[in-house]
Structure formats: structure tokens, C-alpha cells
Design a protein around this ligand. Sequence first.
Ligand SMILES: [Zn+2]
Length: 261
Amino acid sequence: MRAKHARNDNNKKPERNGLFAGFGARIARSLFFWGLAAVLASSAYTGIVRIAREQPRQQEDTEAIAVAGPVLEDPAERKRVALTFDDGPHPVYTEELLDGLKERGVKATFFVVGENIPGNEDLIRRMDEEGHLIGNHTYNHVKISDMSKADACEQIEKTSALIRELTGKDTEFVRPPFGEWNKELECSFVMIPVLWDVDPKDWTTNNVSDVVRRVLEDTKNGDIILLHDYYRSSVQAALQIVDSLQGQGYEFVTVDELILE
Ligand SMILES: [Zn+2]
């Protein structure tokens, strides 16, 4: 609005010449006029600039509101869970599981035990190639909280080194065996401990439908499900769980997608 007023005032100024008379006065009038014009022009310019500056900001705000709608609604509508498998790789069952997950287009997270890797290197490479996330479950399946920091770090680093050799990637996600983590533990590499929400205790039974039922009863949006790819019954249960949850509209993601958001 300041710009509009300035322009009107500017038009009126030349008519108000009664204050000045004679040649000197003409110069004075002229100086006065151009001085005033400069001041008014500069204030008009400031006003225009201010409006120009505000204009895009208002547009941005409008756009942000328009974009924010669907982005905010989306996560609530999408149901996501993460399947995690501990204690592998197993030469037979892990392979069966990878086949079943591939058929269903599902990505999972594998917390592998370092000492199970030699002889199963192809399975580790395959997990990585097929888009699964590989995490660390220590080298000898040890209780981290019972160990010295140096030993605990060695257990994790040794497993990570093997995985890095096979995939070229660092493993940052650690699932502590028995769920016992030492919060004070600091090693020279990044570690993100990952526990779970749903535990069907699949290792206590070989009854597939029991494991399936326990998981389906407990699972809700955003959950991390704990299973073990070291048992045939667990692998069979896992694939039935996938079929059932996919039927309910669940999407399977790797744990990093649930944890890092
Ligand atoms: Zn374990």
C-alpha cells in the first residue's frame, strides 16, 4: 500500500509551486522536486520490494499446506511391519526363506551370527543383492551385557568385518542376543541396537500354526517381529505370516525404515 500512496503524491507535487518564485527559486524548486521524487521513489521501491519479497513467501506457504495434506495422511493409512530373523544364516532354512520372500516381494532384516557365515557366504551376498538388510547378532551369539567392552566390541566388529568383505557395506544395526544390551557400550564404529515388539518364541515349538497365531494376534502397525531362520517351522510360519498380513494390507519393510523415521 505504501507504493500506491507514494505514486499519487508524486503526481501532485509539480502543481504546488506557490512556495517558490524567480530563477533561484526555480532551481530550489527543481532540487526540492527531484529530492522529493527521489525520496518518494525510494520509498515506493522499498514498498515494491517488500511486496515482491512477501509474494513468493505467501505462495510457498500455500504450496506447503497443499503438499502437507497427503504427506501427513499417508503414514496413517499405510500399515508397515518389519520381519527380523536372528541366528542364521542356516544352509537350508535361510535359503528356503529367501526363496519364499522373493516370491512374495518381501524385504526383511537378517541379524546374522558371525560364526555361521563361513560356508554360507553366498546366502549373505544373496540377502544383500535381493534388498534385505543385514544386521549383526555378534560372532558367537554371546550376552553382550556379561562381557568387557573390548570383548563385546570385538564380537560385533568381527561379524561386521565378514559382512563388509562380502557386501562392501557396514552393518550398523545390532540385535543383542537374549535382548541384553549394554547402554554404556561404545565401540569405534556406529551401532544401533534393535530390539522387537512381537516375540512368538518360535524357537520353543515346531508347531507352525502356533507361531503364526501368536504373531497375528500381537502384530500392529509399526511393529518389529522377531523370528529365527534357523528352524524349518519358523521359516514356514514366517511365509504364512507374510501371506496373512499382506492380505490385511501390510507392507513389509526393513528395520531401518521403521527406526530412522
Ligand atoms: Zn539369537
